[in-house]
Design a protein around this ligand. Structure first.
Ligand SMILES: Nc1ncnc2c1ncn2[C@@H]1O[C@H](COP(=O)(O)OP(=O)(O)OP(=O)(O)O)[C@@H](O)[C@H]1O
Length: 828
């Protein structure tokens, strides 16, 4: 924006005093409200294939089959409860001894008295604290003493996968609890069963059993080998057995012991047991003998609670390698059975010394195990809660980390003692472990086919044997060897070189000669995705596309709105800039022509004269009546056409000043020649005409009034008089214009002699400056007596209208002004 350089001068510039102000347009109203051009960006956005997406029929709710419901139910952690039969007497060391009477809890006098009373009565009641409601719930009844003390009341625990009563057989437990795990295991799915409960509640009995009552491990092995023999399929299964215990020797840290025949101490490295021996088992007998020998090695001790109490956490792994002979697929599954050492209370067991230290270790491990599952449960309930790493606090939980973090399926069996004296133990167990039934297996890590997990305990030869190479046979030839045409086998898909292969409408060409032989059935199986999975992915993508489209649509609308706004603002800005430039020009012009109170010096006049090449001016002083201009009287001096006209109050043409009279007036105006006048006008303000005392006196001295009486008076109404200075080509004359102007001036005829007043005014229209004094007849305010002051005063008295809001100069004021001897500015 160039503010300094003046804009090109228009042909005609009219500067009015108090120019009517145009209403400044507001920022937005000034802007053209034309529709802005459509946004480039929005047009650049390609239309989204919404129709394609929306045409997808997405079911509101996914259909859930019954099997899926069952499956989802099966995704929950199964918690079983087994109630042990009440055992009143335990023989320790061959002598009949009531173990329960030694350090039996609660040892309070009342209880003892009650017990004695019962004995005295000769009848020992088998009171129980656990009552079976149905196959899924039990009621825990506190002992009478606690009820009397109002310390607690009966509690119902429900939601168990199954509650086995004290009469339940091992096979029944196996059928309901263990069999599903074994079936999954034989299908290649890993699983774990963990037995939890207080000491002496029957964990070891449930897991290992006895010769007459074989436990879950034995029954599982029997089923495994039974199925292996009966089911002669294309699958080849190999089973391995490993067994180890985690114990603490006199409380000095945790140790791992391999329970196999030649096993020794082991160590753990990142959840893996290093050095653990896996023994290949071929039949049940072999497996059972291994188990039996392992149990002999296991740490046990006699406590008040259990004649043969387990002092360690025992873990048995049965691993199955499943090989598909036809398709060369393989997978591995591990069935883990954990017999936890039972939590013990010192008061109850009466442990001391080494036993007490063991007891602390056992309780600690049980507690950490429970904490891990509780953390998993809370994390699943509220994902904001982090899954705490309790597993780091014991070797057992480290080893079982995947299970305790819900990555693998597991089942829990809680073994409980139903005796009244076992209330505290049973209550603690149920309160701690029953909520675990709400744990869900949401992120089960299915072991991919062909990805076998091997332990380092396997012999190298075995490992090498099990390493499978890729089933694809790919041979790449640099050149086509087309001598012998290859007849593709029906199970082979041969992609011939340099042939285009169609794939969904698009085609590509092999850059090099590749001969790929693929097992067709395998290729189809692996390349064609599971329909259910495909449908799920399809729905997910559809929903995602919809959401994405909505977001894009919103952004597009916002973008368009923003661009419209920006266009409007841009237009407004341009308009404002243009208006600012125009105002600047106007201001510059006004500044240039403003000489408020300026008295021109001789030098300035000379300078102005030299600069201004205009030599012709016309002064037109008009007195405008309300209705019309009565007359225009022009006068000229020399070659300059200066027109001074004024209207008269009267309507008689006799009132006109003739040319000669005006010429006199022009002389009295002290405009001796055109150059001087032009120099004055060049610097004269547009808004003011300055009459000094002399001017006024001269005007008064003229004979204006001699012939025309009052009409001859030069009236200069102050406020409502309009002084117009019409400048034509002045003072902004270009050089070309100046030359032309000079030519015109030189060729100009003597207008004063040849032309009439009106013609003169018209012809000199371009070259003249016109000063117009407009005044309405009815509000004449100031009248300057032309002849003498006394006459002027008289006229003032007659004509001055005091009621007018305009400036009124009475005689006295005028006199004072005259006496000052200064310039009198007639301003607005
Ligand atoms: N369901 C049952 N039927 C018959 N006898 C049982 C049953 N449960 C446990 N017993 C007997 O109770 C005694 C203690 O059982 P067990 O050793 O299995 O307890 P535990 O929970 O393993 O104890 P610990 O944690 O101290 O090892 C054993 O003699 C066992 O035979």
């Amino acid at each position: 924006m160039e503010m300094n350089s003046p804009p090109p001068c228009p042909n005609t510039v009219t500067i009015r005093r108090n120019p009517p102000r145009r209403a400044r347009p507001s920022t937005y109203s000034a802007a053209p409200l034309s529709q802005p051009p459509s946004s480039k960006t929005s047009s650049a956005i390609r239309s989204f294939p919404i129709h394609d997406i929306l045409s997808i029929n997405i079911p509101d709710k996914p259909e859930i089959s019954e099997s899926a419901v069952e499956h989802s139910d099966s995704e929950k952690l199964k918690v079983f409860l087994r109630i042990r039969p009440i055992v009143t007497q335990q023989k320790v060391g061959g002598s009949s001894k009531i173990a329960a009477q030694k350090n039996v809890w609660p040892q309070n006098p009342k209880k003892k008295d009650a017990s004695k009373t019962a004995k005295v009565g000769g009848k020992k009641k088998n009171e129980t604290c656990l009552k079976l409601n149905d196959s899924h719930s039990v009621t825990l009844c506190p002992p009478q003493s606690l009820i009397d003390a109002r310390r607690t009341k009966s509690e119902v625990y429900e939601g168990f996968s199954h509650v086995f009563c004290d009469e339940s057989s091992q096979s029944e437990v196996y059928e309901k609890m263990m069999n599903p795990l074994v079936v999954d295991f034989l299908k290649g799915q890993s699983g774990m069963l963990a037995a939890m409960g207080p000491s002496g509640s029957g964990k070891t009995h449930t897991v290992f059993g006895s010769t007459r009552q074989p436990g879950m491990v034995s029954l599982a092995l029997r089923q495994i080998f039974l199925q292996k023999e009966s089911c002669r399929s294309e699958f080849s299964r190999t089973f391995y057995l490993s067994m180890f215990e985690i114990y603490s020797e006199r409380g000095k840290g945790e140790k791992i012991m391999d329970l196999s025949q030649e096993g020794g101490d082991l160590y753990m490295q990142q959840s893996n047991i290093k050095g653990l021996k896996e023994v290949v088992i071929h039949d049940v007998q072999e497996a059972e003998s291994l188990i039996a020998s392992g149990m002999l090695k296991r740490s046990t001790a006699m406590t008040n609670s259990n004649i043969q109490s387990s002092r360690s956490q025992c873990i048995i792994n049965i691993r199955c390698d499943l090989d598909n002979l036809d398709e060369d697929h393989s997978c591995t599954a591990i069935l883990t059975i954990v017999d936890l050492a039972g939590a013990e209370r010192e008061k109850r067991t009466g442990n001391q010394g080494a036993r007490l230290l063991e007891s602390n270790f056992i309780n600690n491990t049980s507690m950490v195990f429970g904490l891990c599952l509780r953390s998993l449960l809370e994390h699943q309930k509220n994902p904001k809660k982090p899954l705490l790493k309790h597993y780091q606090n014991s070797l057992l939980t480290k080893y079982l980390r995947d299970y305790l973090e819900g990555k693998k399926r597991m089942s829990l069996i809680l073994t409980a003692k139903p005796g009244v004296e076992d209330y505290q133990d049973t209550s603690y167990l149920l309160r701690q472990a029953s909520p675990f039934m709400n744990i869900k297996f949401e992120s089960i890590e299915e072991q991919p086919l062909g990805n076998k997990r091997r332990t380092q305990t396997l012999p190298k030869a075995e490992l090498a044997k099990r390493m499978k190479l890729s089933s694809y046979e790919v041979s790449m030839n640099d050149e086509v060897k087309g001598d012998i045409p290859h007849q593709p086998h029906k199970e082979e898909l041969v992609l011939e070189p340099d042939k285009e292969v169609e794939t969904d409408g698009s085609s590509f060409q092999f850059p090099v000669n590749i001969n790929i032989k693929v097992n067709k059935s395998k290729l189809i199986k692996e390349c064609i995705p599971d329909p259910a999975k495909k449908a799920r992915e399809y729905h997910i993508l559809s929903n995602f596309s919809r959401a994405l489209w909505k977001v894009l649509k919103e952004y597009k609308n916002k973008l368009e709105a923003s661009e419209n706004k920006a266009d409007v603002l841009r237009h407004n800005l341009i308009a404002e800039i243009e208006r600012g430039a125009a105002l600047e020009n106007e201001l510059n012009l006004m500044k240039a022509s403003c000489t408020c109170g300026k008295v021109f010096t001789a030098e300035e006049n000379d300078k102005t004269n030299s600069n201004a090449q205009v030599s012709s001016h016309s002064i037109k002083v008009e007195r405008i009546k309300k209705t019309d201009i009565v007359s225009t009287h022009s006068f000229s001096f020399r070659s300059v056409c200066t027109e001074l006209s004024f209207s008269c109050d009267g309507d008689s043409s006799d009132n006109y000043q003739d040319t000669s009279a005006v010429e006199v007036a022009s002389t009295s105006l002290n405009v001796p020649n055109s150059e001087e006048w032009s120099s004055k006008k060049n610097n004269a303000p547009c808004e003011y005409v300055v009459f000094d005392k002399e001017d006024l006196m001269e005007l008064g001295d003229t004979e204006f009034g001699s012939d025309s009486t009052a009409y001859d008076t030069l009236e200069s109404g102050v406020s409502d008089s309009e002084l117009l200075l019409h400048e034509y080509e002045f003072p902004f004359l270009t050089k070309g214009d100046q030359r032309k102007h000079e030519e015109e001036e030189s060729n100009a005829p003597d207008l004063s002699s040849d032309l009439s007043d009106s013609e003169c005014f018209q012809k000199q229209n371009i070259l003249e400056d016109t000063v117009t004094l407009d005044h309405e007849k009815d509000i004449d305010e100031v009248k300057l007596k032309s002849s003498d002051l006394e006459k002027f005063e008289e006229q003032c008295k007659e004509n001055v209208d005091i009621s007018s809001p305009n400036v009124v100069l009475d005689k006295q004021e005028f006199k004072e002004l005259s006496e000052r001897g200064t310039n009198v500015e007639i301003t607005g």
